[in-house]
Design a protein around this ligand. Structure first.
Ligand SMILES: O=C[C@H](O)COP(=O)(O)O
Length: 259
């Protein structure tokens, strides 16, 4: 089955002013004019999501939130509601990033509620999964990822899950000079597809997009994406420069759409 390749980028909390954030996304929009073959999304720093939404209007780049409240609305001081993201025209929601789990103590229960809410609202969750330390033992790695996947979806209906993008981010490879080595990434993507097949269905396993994140750069993206089970990448720091972003995007197109 042909799965649409994906290139996402998160600005985490690196680019936080209106001028800088809009300048950056406009530059990304410029280098992706008329590019329709790859699904592209940006997660701006939450405080500048409104101007970024405005700046991306009419572009080929989707946007969304790096995090949302697990509850739609109500007495939840300090949270950002999915209602606002929808109202702004957002389509994607990042859920369960390693930094949210480690620094902000986000639990699998929270991740489940956010995933469920996002799917019920018809949006695309970019659900982050990944082991904390390198696990060379295949079975151990599979067990850990399976636990995270099953807990995140819980009782959510398989028909809804189809929309998800699974972002495999080995925690030990985030924010580093180098990504996880390609062989390890490829093997893990195979494992994740196996988990989806065994836990849900062959159909879902064949249609779900699984992307890799963790120190992706223009130099390692070719090798990382050179495997059928890798549907794209989730970029952090090395995509801040629009020229690098463009090179990463072009490489993904070259690798994934060559046929
Ligand atoms: O959200 C993106 C990932 O955490 C990767 O970030 P990084 O490329 O800066 O390691």
């Amino acid at each position: 089955m042909m799965r649409k390749p994906v290139v996402g980028i998160s600005y985490k909390t690196y680019v936080n002013t209106v001028d800088k954030a809009t300048e950056l996304v406009k530059a990304l929009a410029e280098v992706t004019t008329n590019e329709k073959d790859v699904e592209k999304f940006v997660f701006p720093s939450l405080g500048v999501i409104y101007p970024v939404a405005q700046a991306l209007k009419g572009s080929e780049i989707a946007f969304g939130a790096q995090n949302i409240s697990p509850y739609e609305n109500g007495a939840y001081t300090g949270e950002v509601s999915i209602e606002s993201i929808i109202d702004l025209g957002g389509t994607h929601v990042e859920i369960g990033h390693a930094e949210r789990q480690r620094i902000f103590h986000e639990t699998l229960d929270m991740i489940h509620l956010k995933t469920k809410l996002t799917l019920e609202k018809g949006m695309t969750p970019v659900l982050c999964i990944g082991e904390g330390v390198r696990l060379d033992n295949r079975a151990e790695r599979k067990q850990e990822l399976k636990k995270q996947i099953l807990a995140s979806f819980g009782e959510v209906n398989e028909a809804l899950i189809e929309k998800v993008i699974l972002a495999y981010e080995p925690v030990w490879a985030i924010g580093k000079a180098e990504a996880a080595d390609a062989a390890y990434v490829h093997q893990t993507h195979e494992l994740i597809r196996e988990i989806v097949k065994e836990s849900y269905s062959t159909e879902l396993a064949e249609s779900v997009r699984i992307i890799y994140g963790g120190s992706v750069s223009k130099d390692n993206v070719y090798e990382i994406t050179s495997h059928d089970d890798v549907d794209g990448v989730f970029i952090g720091r090395f995509g801040h420069d629009p020229a690098n972003y463009k090179q990463i995007l072009d490489t993904v197109k070259q690798v994934k759409l060559k046929g």
